[in-house]
Each structure stands twice: as structure tokens, then as C-alpha cells.
Design a protein around this ligand. Structure first.
Ligand code: PBG
Length: 332
């Protein structure tokens, strides 16, 4: 903003005048957080049995295809508009060619149908990347140690069309291959899925904060090497902006910055530069830090709302957060 605030010198100006009571503070509150701003990422496992806890994400479960329906109903009751599905697939069925990624009956697609069946109005978002089905934990096809771009994009297109067919409302390509947004958008248009939206993980950094997520989807032990040849160097702000510009120009409807809290500067800059719907992902490692410290008694639960408000203040329309149901409950 280019307005220069005029602040009279003390004592004409006493900024504490407007902080004196809850009502006065509310009158001048600049940023609001509500359930509509939340997207809830959920893990769905194809292993039979009960919901399972994820040790590095205390309080977060892997649901089964059956139990995810109740989770969706709970989200709807709490006013959470969208759920993002992350598959935990059978370790024994992961391959180097990743063909289960575009199997209509894979766990991700079954979960999409289950949620849509239970709560038709729930917005269902997906993740597009090969890692849940890849024997070596990477988001793309690996040949001789190299993550091959164009062949991966062809796989992602197949994956996307099957997700759209299963009823996904928003596709979330998180793979960071070049050219994927354009390829997905063209394929959706050509296959009568013109109304399916794309939220691109546009500025996705090569971050250590994804560790607990990789435990949650069963990819941790598998990952050979790291993801630095496709995810953005955490040192690079201008490159992140170029990624966002590129994805918007290829047909992304919304863009995401990820991780969240360590990258709030990027959120603000994306919002101010592009004025496009902008989201942030408060990732698994952020969840683990906050929830872990609360469980230790080192922080109070209030920090959750504070952490989420920060995204709204930084210009984000919404936040993907594992705290979604918990915070929606406390806002209700
Ligand atoms: C994989 C993917 C990752 C996350 C979302 N999609 C992990 C990664 O890139 O290794 C991370 C989410 C989180 O940490 O909560 N394509």
C-alpha cells in the first residue's frame, strides 16, 4: 500500500486508546479468520482396519475409506468448505512406473468418491504427484537417477483425468515438473472437465518441513536422495515469483505457497503482484512443531489461531492446515 499513515506525535497520538477494551479492539481489527478460510488435508489409508495414528503428527490420523466419510461430515458441520485427500497406499504395490497413480480404484480415487457420496457439497481437492505410488518416493518417474520431466507430466495428466472422473473439484499438482499446468488444463478442456479447477503448488520449496508428511504417506524410508532438482531453493524469492507467473499463465485458477509460516514474505508478494486467489499450506512440520510444543506444555493452544491469522494478514485467501477441524471448533 502506498498510503503514508499520518501519526501525530505523542501525546496527541496514543495508540493504546484503541486497545483499551475488547469492543474497541474488535472495531479496528483488520484481519479475520473463519472456517471458510480452511482446507483440511486428510490421509486415507488402503490398509484394512482401524484409523491409525501418525507418531510424528500427534492428533492426526490416517482414515480408512469408510471412516473418512464421518470426517467429511464433521468438516461440513464445522463449516469447513474443502478437504484435500492424501493417499497412504500399500507399500507392497508401489512400483517404479507408478501405474497405480492412474488406477480409478486406487485409494485416493476411492476416497474422493466416498467423500462426495457422504457430503456432495464438500469441495474435494486432490494431490497430483507420483510419490504415494512410487517405489522410490519421488514425485516423478526416475530414470538413471534423474527425475524425468516430460514423461512424468504425461503420467500426471493420466492421474488428473482419473481424479476428475472420480469427482474431484480442485486438482492440486504438487510435483513441480515444468509444463504440467498447461498440460493438465489442455487435457481437462479436451475431456469435458472444463469446470475442474487447478490450485497449483506454484511456489513449493525444497523444505525439511515435509518430514512428518512423508511418514504419514509412508514415503520416508523410500526417498532416494532429495527433491532439490524440482522443488525451489528456499533462498530464492524471484524464482518463486516466476513459478507463480508461469503457472497462472498456463491456466492455474489458484496458486499456493508451501510451506507456510517460514515463507510469509512470499505469500504477501504473490498476493500483491498477481492479485490471484492465493493459498498457503501450513505443512506437516509446522503442525508437528506447534502441536508438539503445546503437548509439552511449552506453548498454549492460542498459538494455533495466531499462526493461521498470520496467513490471512499476509494476504492469503485460505490455508491448508491439519488444525482445520480443531480451529473451526474453537471458532464456532
Ligand atoms: C508430495 C507432497 C508433499 C506434501 C504435499 N504433497 C511432500 C513432498 O513434496 O515431499 C507435503 C505436505 C506436508 O508436509 O504437510 N507431492
Amino acid at each position: 500500500m502506498s498510503v503514508t499513515p499520518i501519526v501525530a506525535p505523542f501525546p496527541q497520538s496514543r495508540l493504546r486508546r484503541l486497545r483499551r477494551s475488547p469492543a474497541l479492539r474488535e472495531m479496528v481489527t483488520e484481519t479475520l479468520l473463519s472456517a471458510e478460510n480452511l482446507i483440511w488435508p486428510v490421509f486415507v489409508t488402503e490398509m484394512q482396519g482401524e484409523d491409525t495414528e501418525i507418531p510424528s503428527m500427534p492428533g492426526v490420523q490416517r482414515y480408512t475409506v469408510d471412516s473418512v466419510k464421518a470426517a467429511a461430515e464433521r468438516a461440513a458441520r464445522l463449516g469447513i468448505p474443502a478437504i484435500c485427500v492424501f493417499p497412504h497406499s500399500d507399500q507392497a504395490l508401489k512400483t517404479e512406473s507408478c501405474e497405480r497413480a492412474w488406477d480409478p480404484d486406487n485409494i485416493g480415487n476411492r476416497a474422493i468418491r466416498a467423500i462426495k457420496d457422504a457430503v456432495p457439497e464438500m469441495v474435494v481437492m486432490t494431490d497430483i504427484a507420483l510419490d504415494p505410488y512410487n517405489a522410490n518416493g519421488h514425485d516423478g518417474i526416475v530414470r538413471d537417477g534423474v527425475i524425468v520431466n516430460d514423461e512424468t507430466v504425461a503420467c500426471l495428466v493420466r492421474m488428473a483425468l482419473v481424479q476428475a472422473e472420480a469427482g474431484a473439484d480442485i486438482l492440486g499438482p504438487s510435483d513441480m515438473m515444468d509444463g504440467r499446468i498447461g498440460a493438465l488444463r489442455t487435457a481437462l478442456e479436451e475431456n469435458e472437465f472444463q469446470d475442474v479447477a487447478i490450485m497449483s503448488y506454484a511456489a513449493k520449496f525444497a523444505s525439511g518441513f515435509y518430514g512428518p508428511f512423508r511418514d504419514a504417506v509412508g514415503a520416508s524410508g523410500r526417498l532416494v536422495g532429495d527433491k532439490k532438482t524440482y522443488q525451489v531453493n528456499p533462498a530464492n524469492r524471484e524464482e518463486a515469483l516466476r513459478c507463480v507467473a508461469r503457472d497462472l499463465s498456463e491456466g492455474a485458477d489458484m496458486v499456493m505457497v508451501k510451506p507456510g509460516m517460514p515463507y510469509l514474505d512470499i505469500c504477501r508478494e504473490v498476493r500483491d503482484t498477481f492479485a490471484a486467489p492465493t493459498f498457503a499450506y501450513q505443512v506437516s512440520g509446522e503442525y508437528a512443531m506447534i502441536e508438539g510444543a503445546i503437548r509439552q506444555g511449552w506453548l498454549s493452544r492460542d498459538v494455533i489461531a495466531e499462526s493461521l491469522l498470520a496467513f490471512r494478514r499476509a494476504g492469503c485467501d485460505g490455508i491448508l492446515t491439519y488444525f482445520a477441524p480443531q480451529i473451526a471448533e474453537s471458532l464456532a
